[in-house]
Write a protein that binds this ligand. Structure first.
Ligand code: AVJ
Length: 391
């Protein structure tokens, strides 16, 4: 039995999970592979090179905006923050924040790639020897618990830069924002980077750089499958295609087969038709209010927005909607007259008619509120706070 270049043994659960997910994606119609597979060592290095291309404005713009506003951000977050970062690839932005936060309590990077995590943690420990760094080798889309650092924490803050949220569709993004809210707790905050809607030609150029680095980045996915799943993709026989879908507000990236061909992946054959496309990435672009709508659906409110001069990118401060943590709100209820003889609250003498009226009024209110923020065509149901517990 051969050991693939990834170092994962063929009976390792992670190898099997990857193989099965890739097989499923290649067998689906249309074929679809997750963009999370882009980031092996070669892919991460290629992404760094993308960031240096003139056309790829995203990273440069976010960094400039962080430089300009980081002091204000740090001031709003306050002292003794436990900074929890989703992903760990963004060394420079993280340092900016850590440099400006008042007595940060701990830094907690959550990163799925072991090697990426190891490298960035080593660098950070060197730069901030006094800072407590707790590395979590985990998938941030899964449920997580925060570590308890040695020092006192006044506020957990989730930092999710880079517009990585844009790689998730609306439903997945709302789920991720819900997890974020649960992780940071009622006093927590989140700083999320989002790429804003702008001239479609500028966006499209950013994902089709002239030097072909993005194309190499996309096709590295196939190279990775060759390395790690013993596949035999001929990279010359596929090409990269990225288009900005204006109506959906997202870049959609595909790998297209140049000809009819057969490929084997981990021992399983797959046939591609000429010009058949495989979906490999979406990169959503938002308006601030579209994003605020998603956040609201996750029980989060936007309390501040920082943007660059051209309004190409935004970093958004989120806090939990008070009702999202309704269990923790102390409540004083009911006049004595509303209590039944056993001391429990009750609605007295409500007949069938009153009850029906009350129900109708409540339904109408809800319908109106829903219609305003979520037009009927929107398939996502809004956030509904849990019923407060009565103390
Ligand atoms: C790292 C996810 C923010 O979607 O813009 C860059 C990845 N893909 N060029 C993005 C990417 C193609 C990038 N993110």
């Amino acid at each position: 039995m051969s050991v693939p270049a990834s170092g994962l043994h063929q009976d390792d659960v992670r190898y099997l999970a990857m193989r099965d997910e890739i097989w499923r994606g290649l067998a689906a119609r249309p074929r679809k592979l997750s963009s999370k597979w882009f980031y092996d060592e070669a892919g991460s290095a290629l992404f760094e090179r993308i960031c240096e291309q003139d056309e790829y404005y995203v990273t440069r713009t976010e960094l400039a905006l962080m430089r300009e506003h980081v002091a204000a951000m740090a001031k709003m977050l306050g002292p003794q923050v436990m900074l929890v970062e989703y992903g760990s690839g963004s060394g420079e932005k993280t340092r900016l924040l850590l440099d400006h936060l008042e007595r940060p309590a701990a830094y907690v990077p959550i990163e799925i790639s072991r090697t990426a995590l190891r490298d960035s943690v080593a660098q950070l420990r060197q730069a901030y020897p006094a800072l407590e760094v707790v590395a979590l080798n985990a998938d941030f889309t899964e449920p997580l618990l925060l570590p308890r650092p040695h020092g006192p924490v006044r506020r957990p803050v989730v930092y999710f830069p880079g517009s990585t949220l844009g790689n998730f569709n609306r439903r997945e993004a709302v789920d991720l924002l819900i997890r974020m809210r649960q992780l940071m707790g009622p006093n927590g905050r989140a700083l999320v980077g989002i790429d804003l809607k702008k001239d479609p030609l500028l966006i499209e150029a950013a994902y089709n750089d002239g030097a072909g680095v993005t194309a190499a980045f996309t096709l590295n996915l196939l190279a990775r499958l060759n390395r790690e799943l013993d596949a035999d993709f001929d990279l010359q026989q596929f090409h990269h295609r990225a288009r900005y879908n204006v109506m959906r507000g997202r870049v959609e990236t595909f790998i297209v087969s140049r000809c009819a061909q057969r490929v084997s992946v981990a021992g399983r054959p797959f046939a591609f038709a000429a010009d058949e496309a495989m979906a490999v990435e979406i990169s959503c672009k938002y308006t601030v209010s579209e994003f605020a709508g998603m956040a609201a659906a996750a029980g989060l409110g936007v309390t501040h927005v920082w943007t660059d001069r051209r309004a190409w990118f935004a970093v958004v401060l989120l806090e939990p909607h008070p009702l999202a943590n309704a269990e923790e709100i102390p409540m004083s209820i009911h006049d004595a007259k509303d209590l039944s003889p056993d001391g429990l609250p009750c609605v007295k003498n409500e007949g069938k008619k009153e009850k029906a009226q009350r129900k109708k009024a409540a339904d109408e209110n809800v319908d109106e509120a829903l219609e305003e923020t979520f037009p009927a065509s929107d398939p996502i149901s809004p956030f509904v706070p849990a019923k407060p517990r009565q103390h």
